[in-house]
Design a protein around this ligand. Structure first.
Ligand SMILES: Cc1cc2nc3c(=O)[nH]c(=O)nc-3n(C[C@H](O)[C@H](O)[C@H](O)COP(=O)(O)OP(=O)(O)OC[C@H]3O[C@@H](n4cnc5c(N)ncnc54)[C@H](O)[C@@H]3O)c2cc1C
Length: 368
């Protein structure tokens, strides 16, 4: 098989890149796994979140905000081109604090950010009156919050659907159940081996979630990832009550409320545990007491694709020219930048300058 470009991985990161590459004029084949794969794209919280990102690395703070700024147009274009409303909404987000220790930690985060030259200054600590004006249903235990007007959210399942439709309309062929095993250089061409085929291409992008580390290594790229499980609870549908998302709670447009934000390092099995779900419920009820009377419909656990230092990775192979790898935790937040900036840059055989310091060279001992 021969194709100008191959994207390995059909999750939100792979599809965002494929759309960007196809919009730049490349014919793209997406090789994707099967339903047994862990798919963070189907199990996430749907936040387009900037506060707290890149605290130790201003270029990442700016990159995440650049993507957030691209989101309004990106969502509007997806609606116009696919008919799918991804329920994008940006009214600002709160990180609610339930104790002095939590509030002190958020205040320290804001101060640390303000003290660092070049950091955006869009996050503020706000008092209960400010919060209640915007979230009248918060409980008395909420003593403050950090607030960022740039934070928002989206429906990640509708985003997956819109990206698939958009990709196919642009001629992208999505092959499910066709897992890539390795990349190599054969003469002057890149090859991708699957169990049953050998593909030749001028451009190959690995965006296969947690499998990216192994596949990218076959093309000489160092991508360091770890699995981190997150568990989420979803309630019945209610009239609108939570107008602004928080990292632990958001209300979808259809009315259901998602809550819970847990991080289990190294856990690879999707699924849920009662102690964590109970902890989610206890916190959610302190944040929004009306939730005590709300019925829970379902819960799930999904596995994050977490770079070991938390920041996105944009790798370009030196041994296999034309091969790239992209892996990140915040694939929903960064979807607009991936489609609008990274995909077209890869189509032109490069990466945007914005991500120069987010390359995989940071994992290279010789480079450090
Ligand atoms: C609980 C939870 C909450 C989250 N909340 C947010 C949030 O609020 N905001 C946000 O921005 N992000 C959030 N994320 C992160 C976000 O979901 C991920 O960054 C994003 O979904 C990663 O997409 P991906 O395409 O890289 O990976 P995945 O969705 O895991 O997809 C990887 C794809 O690669 C395929 N694949 C695997 N191996 C191969 C192979 N060998 N060959 C071909 N294909 C292969 C798989 O079949 C799969 O389709 C959250 C994640 C979790 C788990």
């Amino acid at each position: 098989m021969s194709a100008p470009a191959i994207v390995i991985g059909g999750g939100i990161v792979g599809l965002s890149l494929a759309v960007g590459m196809a919009e730049a004029g490349l014919a793209v084949i997406v090789l994707d796994g099967d339903d047994a794969e862990p798919r963070a794209s189907y199990g996430n919280a749907g936040l387009i979140w900037v506060q707290g990102k890149g605290l130790n690395h201003p270029p990442y703070a700016h990159w995440t905000r650049r993507s957030a700024a691209l989101w309004p147009d990106f969502a509007a274009d997806l609606l116009a081109s696919t008919g799918v409303d991804v329920e994008y909404d940006r009214r600002g987000g709160f990180n609610l604090c339930l104790s002095d220790a939590e509030l002190a930690a958020r205040a320290a985060m804001v101060e640390q950010s303000a003290a660092r030259p070049g950091m955006p200054d869009d996050v503020a600590i706000v008092d209960p009156a400010f919060i209640r004006e915007r979230l009248p249903d918060v409980g008395p235990d909420v003593i403050g919050a950090s607030w960022c007007p740039t934070d928002g959210h989206v429906n990640p399942l509708f985003l997956s659907q819109a990206l698939s439709i958009r990709a196919r309309a642009l001629g992208v062929e999505i092959r499910r159940g066709e897992k890539a095993e390795a990349i190599a250089m054969t003469g002057s061409q890149l090859t991708v081996r699957t169990a049953s085929d050998l593909y030749r291409a001028a451009r190959v992008v690995v965006a296969a979630g947690l499998a990216t580390e192994r596949i990218a290594a076959t093309a000489g790229m160092t991508v360091k990832l770890k699995p981190v499980r997150g568990q989420i609870v979803v309630t019945e549908r209610l009239p609108p009550r939570i107008a602004h998302p928080t990292p632990t709670t958001r209300q979808a447009r259809a009315g259901s409320i998602m809550f819970g934000n847990s991080h289990e390092d190294g856990v690879t099995a999707p699924g849920t545990t009662l102690p964590i779900l109970a902890g989610h419920a206890q916190r959610a009820i302190r944040e929004f007491p009306f939730l005590a009377e709300t019925r829970v419909l379902r819960s799930w656990g999904a596995i994050r694709v977490m770079p070991t230092d938390g920041m996105p990775i944009y790798a370009r192979s030196e041994t296999c020219p034309g091969a790239y790898a992209v892996a990140c935790h915040s694939g929903i937040t960064l979807a607009a930048a991936h489609a609008r900036l990274v995909g077209p840059a890869i189509a032109a055989d490069g990466l945007p300058d914005d991500v120069a310091t987010l390359s995989s060279r940071r994992f290279d001992a010789a480079y450090a």
